[in-house]
Design a protein. Structure first.
Length: 381
């Protein structure tokens, strides 16, 4: 009996000497990017890890917005956005095959491989973004619905603020070749048509090709949301493209005063569609304030159209930021002005001459100021 007890004691001591699991060794360490559990289903586990990380990011953004409000009230320096700190963690998940994480990386501004509005991308950032798009296109095979739902808007946005229209078009063609069903293929056509007919394009051949693609979508996939979107784009090409007389609309400011576009005929009008309360829009407020001051003594009208939903917060913004130009408060992106012009891309800028004809679209900064100056010069001749 004693020898049995001795063997049991040796086994027990040997068990105590074995190394502990990873979780025990990592106790007290900083949280890392969530990783799929061993043996778990790969794609599902990666998506679950991305959900956890997105929840953490949302909490960080909520805290940052609170800090931002306090900094504005106290006149302190704006705190940095948390996006850059999260970008590497989402990038790690993207490399592991998570399509939601790849979408997050492409959507965000700032951080490695992110977009910085108004600044050209360094070659390393361009390469990083190309890799993300190719990864997303490869994901059509495993997560086609998610990829298709995001690729169109990502590519259209990329044309204006990232890789540029030509590279976005090339990617949209790769999207078409990789499509595994009719729905994805037609979404790729729609992306190509949008890129061929973005607001500042005046090339008749490109616009003609876009029309063909929109009409093909309507013919092959009638009574669908995509066909309705294609119809909206065809209408826009006929009514609010460069050289077209902009449709009239009636809206109201945040205090209920009526705003009618037709009342501003004979003036040069800059119509700025935006969500003014979003942190990303604050820099543009300074630029538009400068624009209003630059041309205050000219026959010029700066007209904002707000899609913000919080009326009281918007009133406070007007007072805090001295937004002294006329702004229509529409409460959503489907207000009277946005519907009248079928505006899809926010923010967006249209420049109208005194006859109400659309002369420029999508300009900002110095280019926008120069366009207004050009129209003033035309009037004076």
């Amino acid at each position: 009996m004693r020898w049995l007890i001795g063997i049991a004691l040796v086994v027990w001591l040997a068990a105590l000497a074995l190394p502990q699991g990873r979780g025990d060794r990592a106790s007290g360490s900083a949280p890392a990017t969530p990783r799929p559990a061993a043996g778990a289903d790969g794609p599902r586990a990666r998506d679950a890890a991305c959900d956890v990380l997105r929840a953490e990011h949302r909490a960080a953004v909520a805290a940052w917005r609170s800090q931002l409000r306090e900094a504005r009230r106290a006149g302190r320096t704006r705190p940095p956005s948390p996006d850059a700190a999260f970008h590497q963690r989402f990038a790690d998940l993207s490399r592991s095959g998570s399509m939601p994480a790849t979408v997050w990386c492409l959507q965000r501004t700032g951080g490695n491989g992110g977009l910085d509005a108004g600044a050209p991308l360094a070659e390393a950032e361009r390469s990083a973004r190309r890799e993300l798009y190719l990864r997303l296109i490869d994901g059509l095979a495993t997560d086609g619905r998610l990829v298709t739902a995001n690729l169109v808007e990502l590519l259209v946005r990329e044309a204006a603020r990232g890789l540029g229209r030509e590279e976005a078009l090339a990617l949209s063609r790769q999207f078409e070749l990789a499509a595994r069903d009719d729905a994805a293929r037609r979404a790729a056509w729609y992306a190509q048509a949008r890129l061929l007919s973005v607001h500042d394009v005046t090339d008749e051949d490109a616009i003609g090709r876009a029309r063909e693609l929109y009409e093909r979508i309507q013919r092959l996939q009638p009574d669908t949301e995509l066909a309705r979107d294609a119809g909206d784009e065809l209408w826009r090409l006929d009514h609010v493209a460069v050289g077209k007389t902009a449709p009239d609309f009636v809206s109201a400011d945040v205090f209920g005063n009526e705003i009618r576009l037709g009342d501003f005929r004979q003036r040069i009008v800059v119509a700025h569609f935006s969500r003014f309360l979003e942190p990303e829009s604050r820099g543009s407020l300074v630029a538009f304030r400068d624009l209003a001051q630059e041309f205050w003594d000219e026959d010029f009208m700066l007209l904002g159209i707000s899609a913000d939903e919080d009326r009281q917060a918007f009133r406070r913004l007007i007072e805090a930021e001295d937004l002294l130009w006329t702004i229509a408060f529409e409460g959503s992106s489907a207000g009277a002005a946005a519907k009248a012009w079928r505006v899809r891309d926010w923010p967006q800028v249209f420049v109208l001459d005194g006859a109400g004809v659309v002369r420029f679209i999508g300009l900002e900064g110095r280019e926008l100021s120069a366009a207004v100056r050009t129209l003033i010069g035309e009037r004076e001749r």
